[in-house]
Design a protein around this ligand. Structure first.
Ligand code: SAH
Length: 368
């Protein structure tokens, strides 16, 4: 794990970025985001385990084991409708491996599931791969890791991704009197990083239809990286049978506006602050994900809110079972965890769940 430098010193990545900009000029926001998160030596995920109260943010699987258990049961049910084949159980961006561990424990109750599943983790961070290997130690010998989904071996697949799409880079464009100009990260006279715009606008055809009619000053985001992963997953499902589950914060309708944000130690930061030491994420445009997937021939189910999804999979019943026999303080903390995952003012509404399937499968649970 890297140690944090003093705030006065530039981060290692900041020095790299400044050299890069000095040599080649400003870089688009998606390239900046990609370098911040995944630079091989100085990227945020590459160098650390950011999760938990002592880290920068907490994700649903880290809040409660119930989250992963319910998704494990979801996978078991989908696998049954697939006709119980041998298959790849793929997780994109598995973090600490907690979700996969909880999923396997729950889904493993269904006879044959564990034996049929080849576990595949798509993860670029060496630090997090080590962490995943430790969490999943009982099965570590059989796990295959890849950097990208398109390297995953062919065959039937169930794909799960929690808070993965939000980590993929977005491009930003600002509406000017001349048209939509791409936002770039460059250097100010004092050498600090600053945002600017490409002087000439991009062709309107590059942008989605909802860009039309926006007033000057509006920002629009698009994510070619999200579109590419979605297209690859959808194509795989269509050619080989299977389902995918994407859970993330985002919106069901495409809109104008800026959602790229930086978080460090549970607080919002400026996106140019401490590059490589802040988590950068953008809201997922689920309408665009749905469109890309259906263009590739996949059936699209949802999005529904995370609260509705977990309720329909039986989170309350599962919580009661866990509480029975647990000491009083633990019972209260289970109730608190369920609230955090499902309440509209917590993660329940902001987070959405979208499922894709090959068209031969019935709608999967929880997303109708
Ligand atoms: N799913 C986990 C972690 C979410 S954080 C959880 O819910 O706790 C995002 C995860 O995606 C991290 O594991 C990060 O290293 C990984 N990641 C980010 N960008 C990636 C990319 N381009 N390719 C593969 N993995 C990536």
């Amino acid at each position: 794990m890297s140690t944090r430098n003093s705030p006065e010193e530039p981060t290692p990545l900041e020095a790299i970025l400044k050299r890069m900009i000095e040599l080649d000029g400003p870089i688009p926001v998606d390239r900046y985001m990609d370098l911040c998160l995944s630079h091989p030596d100085a990227g945020y995920y590459t160098t650390r385990d950011p999760f938990g109260p002592a880290g920068d943010f907490v994700t649903a699987p880290e809040i409660s084991q119930i989250f992963g258990e319910l998704i494990g049961l979801w996978c078991a049910q989908v696998w049954t409708t697939m006709g119980t084949p041998r298959f790849n159980l793929v997780e994109l961006g598995p973090g600490r491996g907690t979700l996969m561990d909880d999923m396997l424990r729950a889904a493993g109750k269904l006879p044959g599931f564990t034996e049929a599943a080849s576990i595949v983790l798509v993860e670029t961070s060496p630090a997090l791969r080590r962490r995943q290997s430790a969490t999943l130690a009982a099965r570590a010998d059989t796990i295959q890791w890849f950097d990208r989904f398109d390297e995953v071996p062919d065959g039937p697949a169930i794909v799960v991704a929690n808070e993965f799409l939000d980590a993929l880079p977005v491009r930003q464009f600002e509406r000017t009197e001349e048209g939509w100009c791409e936002r770039m990260v460059g250097a100010a006279d004092d050498g600090s990083l600053k945002l600017g715009l490409m002087p000439s606008p991009v062709p309107e055809a590059l942008l989605p239809p909802h860009a039309a009619g926006a007033i000057p000053g509006s920002i629009i985001e698009i994510s070619p990286a999200v579109a590419a992963v979605t297209a690859n997953v959808a194509t795989r499902l269509v050619t080989s049978c299977g389902a995918a589950l994407f859970i993330d914060y985002g919106h069901g309708r495409s809109g104008i506006g800026e959602t790229l944000q930086a978080v460090r130690a549970h607080r919002y930061a400026d996106i140019l602050e401490r590059p490589g030491e802040c988590d950068l994420t953008a809201h997922v445009d689920f309408a665009s994900v749905s469109q890309t997937a259906s263009d590739r021939g996949a059936a699209v189910h949802g999005p529904v809110t995370q609260g509705d999804f977990l309720d329909s999979l039986g989170i309350r019943t599962r919580a009661e079972i866990l509480k029975a026999g647990a000491p009083l303080d633990r019972q209260a903390s289970i109730d608190g965890d369920v609230r955090r995952l499902t309440a509209p003012d917590e993660m329940g509404e902001m987070f959405k769940v979208l499922a894709l399937t090959s068209s031969d499968l019935p709608p999967p649970p929880g997303v109708a």
